[in-house]
Design a binder for this molecule. Structure first.
Ligand SMILES: Nc1nc2c(ncn2[C@@H]2O[C@H](COP(=O)(O)OP(=O)(O)O)[C@@H](O)[C@H]2O)c(=O)[nH]1
Ligand SMILES: [Mg+2]
Length: 203
């Protein structure tokens, strides 16, 4: 057992005893984060954080299941009331992780999984030294370009800009994340992540 004093959970004084882990899965746009974390969710054993977003629901997305869809005004209120553990602006929309459910689940001993983009992941890394952070890389930059093109109608200019962002994010992944995995095969990468988590200490 490690000394409790080395842990930084803000709620640990009220909730002594073993807490769950905060697990962050991030990576560049188009790398397949949602597909990987959906597969992890199917394996069970995690509390999946539901983000708030100002973007419109897509067909098939359910309020409170995929996201909580909120107005920009409400999102701003949540920032001011310090209700978000992290947040970021991405593609002209805002995304954030409600703090309370995450801390409650951790205090209750559950592992909590966040699937978030890189700016938000860096906020978590700065604030929660104990978070287990996993960065998903594409098999190659060419493969990432292919996947982005596969999402349809993006101009060459947009693709070029996304690639520059992805290169910068992959550098952040190298420097700041605990673990890096390559999304070359869904079953394989899910197995690798489960192996990483099995070896990562709990609080
Ligand atoms: N920082 C942050 N990023 C989030 C959050 N929720 C989702 N994201 C990221 O926002 C990006 C856009 O997600 P989405 O609108 O669902 O479109 P996608 O590109 O099809 O996954 C993805 O990189 C998600 O990982 C959140 O709460 N915080
Ligand atoms: Mg996604």
């Amino acid at each position: 057992m490690t000394d409790n004093a080395t842990h930084c959970w803000p709620n640990s004084p009220e909730q002594p005893g073993p807490g769950g882990r905060l697990i962050v899965v991030s990576g560049p746009s188009g790398v397949g984060k949602s597909t990987v974390t959906d597969a992890l969710e199917e394996r069970g054993g995690f509390y999946f954080s539901i983000s708030v977003t100002t973007r419109k629901a897509r067909p098939g997305e359910e309020e409170g299941e995929h996201y909580r869809f909120v107005s920009e005004e409400r999102f701003g209120e949540m920032i001011r009331a310090d209700e978000l553990l992290e947040w970021a602006q991405y593609n002209n929309n805002f995304y954030g992780t409600p703090r309370r459910p995450v801390l409650d689940q951790i205090a209750a001993g559950s592992d909590v999984l966040l699937e978030i983009e890189v700016q938000g992941a860096m906020q978590v890394i700065g604030a929660y030294a104990d978070a287990v952070t996993i960065f998903i890389n594409p098999p190659s930059i060419d493969e990432l370009i292919r996947r982005l093109r596969g999402r349809g109608h993006m101009s060459e200019e947009t693709i070029e800009r996304r690639m520059e962002i992805a290169r910068g994010e992959m550098e952040i992944g190298r420097q700041h994340f605990d673990h890096r995995v390559v999304n070359d095969d869904l079953e394989r990468v899910v197995g690798e992540i489960l192996g990483i988590l099995a070896r990562s200490p709990s609080n």
